[in-house]
Design a protein around this ligand. Structure first.
Ligand SMILES: C[S@@+](CC[C@H](N)C(=O)[O-])C[C@H]1O[C@@H](n2cnc3c(N)ncnc32)[C@H](O)[C@@H]1O
Length: 272
């Protein structure tokens, strides 16, 4: 297989990558046939996956605007993925040109592509780091060189925690991050769940199997478990809800949205 310029040396492009599959669902062009094949297989079980991803991105943009409107001008986006249209820095800097965004991902493809997109934007950085090592993230010189962690930050954990297995203790990782943030900070989070999926759990579980096969297990959690990631923070209205129900730009007429968009949960919490 020919290696395009955007795919860094040293990564195996013969196995599917979660970030490239996600790029494919969103209509991006940074994916290979192996990624598309795995993504299509997942869609055999959950045909609404692209809808779910679009609802996730739309929520993320509304939440970033909400953060800027609340006076936040620093963003730490962990599990940021391959930048596609409408990234956090685009939304944040359109609303506040001074806004600073530190992206973090552990996937070399996502990091390499982010570097290319962010070149010349001195209010953004991309750090190669892992959510499972929160202390390293908080001490990463690229991040601390851009963000002042003594001031409020919006921490984005959007569609990433469902890739962290319980054995890796995502609750402890998020607790370390929550603890480190300054008062007034926000946590913006989405997470996959069987709750809300318009299919019986046995059918939707096929998707989980596809991700397990590519060694990136997708961990479905209950609304209650997802709510625990916000421990000690006050939930911003309307709380932990389906993605389209979090402060929609225009009031939704019932039944107008694709039912798949209501899979999983989204919420924003504030540190008092
Ligand atoms: C589905 S994408 C989400 C991208 C973006 N946050 C969004 O919602 O549009 C998940 C991203 O999380 C990254 N990821 C998964 N586990 C991670 C970890 N332990 N540390 C850092 N990034 C991780 C993957 O590489 C992938 O780019």
């Amino acid at each position: 297989m020919e290696r395009p310029a955007w795919a860094p040396q040293g990564i195996d492009i013969s196995v599917p990558s979660v970030s490239r599959m996600y790029d494919f669902y969103l209509g991006g062009s940074h994916n290979f046939e192996v990624d598309r094949e795995a993504a299509r297989k997942a869609m055999e079980f959950l045909p609404g996956l692209p809808k779910i991803m679009q609802a996730n991105r739309a929520f993320m943009r509304r939440a970033v605007r909400y953060a800027v409107d609340s006076g936040i001008d620093q963003f730490l986006d962990i599990g940021s993925g391959i930048p596609t249209f409408g990234n956090v820095h685009e939304v944040a800097q359109a609303a506040d040109p001074e806004a600073k965004v530190a992206y973090v991902d552990h996937d070399p493809v996502a990091v390499a592509h982010s570097q290319a997109v962010l070149e010349g934007n001195d209010r953004t950085v991309i750090a190669a780091a892992d959510l499972r090592g929160p202390k390293e993230i908080l001490a990463n010189p690229e991040i601390t060189g851009l963000l002042d962690l003594d001031r409020p930050v919006a921490l984005l954990l959007v569609a990433v925690l469902h890739f962290v297995e319980d054995a890796d203790d995502p609750r402890a990782a998020v607790a370390d991050l929550r603890e480190a943030l300054a008062p007034g900070s926000l946590i913006v989070l989405t997470h996959a769940s069987y709750e809300g999926i318009p299919l019986p759990e046995e059918e939707a579980a096929g998707t989980v199997g596809v991700y397990r096969n590519i060694r990136n297990p997708l961990i479905m959690r209950s609304r209650e478990e997802i709510g625990q990631f916000f421990e000690g923070y006050e939930m911003v209205e309307p709380g932990l809800v389906s993605m389209p129900d979090w402060r929609p730009d225009t009031p939704q007429a019932p039944g107008q949205e694709d039912p798949y968009a209501f899979s999983g949960f989204a919420g924003v919490g504030r540190k008092a």
